[in-house]
Design a protein around this ligand. Sequence first.
Ligand code: SF4
Length: 306
Amino acid sequence: MKVGIPKGLLYYKYHPFLITFFKELGADVVVSEDTNKKILDLGVKYAVDEACLPIKIFHGHAVALRDKCDIIVIPRIMQIKKNEYICPKFCGLPEMVTNSIENMPLSITEPIYTFTKKRLYRWAKSAGKKVTGNEFKIKHAFLKAYEGQLNYNAGILDENYDIKIALVGHPYNIYDNFVNMNLVNKLNKLGVGVETMEFTHELLISLEINNLYKRPFWTFARENYGFAVNASKEKRVDGIIYISSFNCGIDSVIIELIKDKVGSFPFLTLKVDEHTGEAGIDTRIEAFTDMLERRIVNESNIPTHG
Ligand code: SF4
């Protein structure tokens, strides 16, 4: 059986688990290609106009896989942390995709709760049955996949740059190089190193969150706020770049909360959608880098990071 996995949304966070699980079940795993112009155009064509860019891109990946697999994984991710939620678009993703794209293959859409091993195993039992009737095989595949995910080190932590920024945003904006137009590479070429939230301990994130009037309801909001505020406060970075999807309600709230907290600390928001031009991004990050350089030299505001 060929199992299709679209390279969109939280694929960037959970691909070791998904790929290992279905491979261990004996399936032939087909992952869509990296996001490109063709995938984007397909997404724009099939998704509803109001959808944000990452959702449109997921649609594009689903169309690209439509004729290449017997069954497709459309993850209905409900919760990745207890008592927190993620964007409602994740919960309704299977309905959005299957109602917008005709002739889709069978799909795996069981709700996913990743905050305990037991809850995730529930998903594995149900999803695995669509590939094999062998319960022992499903359990074995789950354990292998779980271990693979635990051993996966995501995140970017550049060393040896004179200037460093905290790169904040959803994983699908940070790690999809088509969406962000190779932002990390561009920054590195300008002499700017990058740090992402994976290297900030959960406890530090929680400490920053505790200072808020109200705890954010959304997991990504909590993580992005906690990381950005902590990195600026500890002066591990010289500035913050938030890469945000146009139309994302969660981003619009969290960007304002971060700005309010960090005050005059350098902060750049890069909004992306299907119309974003590369020249505009280049100009903005060059100007931001110039400003950081001037700030370090002229204002004696030298950070304490290595
Ligand atoms: S969190 Fe924002 S960017 Fe992500 S799927 Fe929801 S609306 Fe889109």
